[in-house]
Design a protein around this ligand. Structure first.
Ligand code: ADP
Ligand code: MG
Length: 301
């Protein structure tokens, strides 16, 4: 097969591993920087050009689109889809997963366990919103934050109110969640590929930090997950319409709750912590589904 990887940088661990895994299985791989792809949107003959050359003949495309370039990246991916190229994750599913509010609404609709979550726009409604979310401590999140930046812990109702007022004053969209204190600054990252959890790790925030993100200094270790955690992760990926997803769970007193579903999960942390060949499993997923041209997802449209 001829596979395109949309990635800003060939040297990134995840990109390198996907190239290696695809080539070792006999595929031709080309890494395209999605910000250098440009498009001719003509009826019936959509095309993509890259640094002066027309790009053709791809069987599959692996999107590795960073959060800061979701808009342009998903437009490029959509163009590949219009050309009939099989996307590992579809553009609509990626857009969905990038919006934390939209994601929790979709997951809630299907009964997935979530931290109690609130959303409001007017400062006048914050007091009542916090009361309805309940508890003393609150986590406040920027809707499009990533890598733990834009996630704040407020230790009480008053502190939460002032943080939220400040965010709203800056015209930022935020959501408020109950603080799952019993998670102890740790979360579980489940790597779902093609409807299965193929690897899982526990990430622990550094001392005194409630955020477990590796970018914030957290550490990762292999973990054994429960059947309930496994099925929650698999269902969450399916609901979002993602063939490959990093589903982040918190261990709460009332069972696993989903915090976030990531559509371009990094491979370095999880492969290192678990010793699993996740890149190889991703390529196998493409081999299985690309020839039929059908994704298992519910995207499209
Ligand atoms: P980001 O997209 O920036 O990674 P997350 O929603 O994943 O944002 O939050 C970052 C980290 O903060 C999580 O990995 C988790 O450790 C912690 N966290 C987030 N929400 C909660 C919550 N409701 N209760 C407890 N810890 C939380
Ligand atoms: Mg996260």
């Amino acid at each position: 097969m001829k596979i395109a990887i949309l990635s800003r940088n060939k040297k990134l661990y995840s990109t390198r591993r996907l190239v290696e895994a695809a080539e070792s299985r006999g595929h031709e791989v080309i890494v395209l920087d999605h910000l250098r792809c440009y498009m001719n949107i003509t009826s019936m003959r959509p095309s993509i050009r890259y640094k002066g050359e027309k790009q053709e003949g791809f069987d599959a495309v692996i999107p590795r689109i960073g959060a800061s370039v979701t808009f342009y990246g998903t437009a490029v991916l959509r163009q590949f889809e219009m050309m009939g190229v099989y996307p590992l994750n579809e553009s609509v599913a990626i857009s969905r997963s990038r919006d934390k509010l939209r994601s929790v609404q979709l997951l809630a609709r299907k009964g997935i366990g979530l931290p109690v979550t609130g959303f409001a726009r007017s400062p006048d409604d914050i007091d009542d919103l916090l009361t309805s979310v309940g508890g003393n401590k609150f986590v406040i999140k920027l809707l499009e934050g990533t890598q733990g930046i834009g996630v704040v812990l407020a230790e009480n109702h008053k502190a939460a109110e002032s943080v939220i007022e400040a965010f709203l004053g800056l015209k930022a969209n935020i959501l408020v969640q109950e603080f799952i204190e019993e998670a102890g600054g740790a979360d579980i990252r489940c790597l779902v590929v093609d409807g299965k959890v193929v690897a899982a790790m526990k990430r622990q925030g550094k001392e005194g930090e409630f955020r477990s993100n590796l970018h914030r200094g957290g550490s990762a270790n292999i973990v054994k997950i429960t059947p309930e955690e496994r099925s929650t992760a698999v269902r969450a990926a399916r609901i979002m319409g993602l063939n490959v997803a990093g589903v982040d769970l918190l261990r709460s007193n009332h069972g696993p709750v989903v915090m976030e579903v990531n559509s371009s999960p990094g491979l370095e942390g999880i492969e290192t912590a678990t010793g699993k060949d996740v890149a190889g499993m991703i390529i196998q997923c493409i081999e299985k589904h690309a020839p039929a041209g059908k994704t298992r997802t519910v995207g499209k449209g």
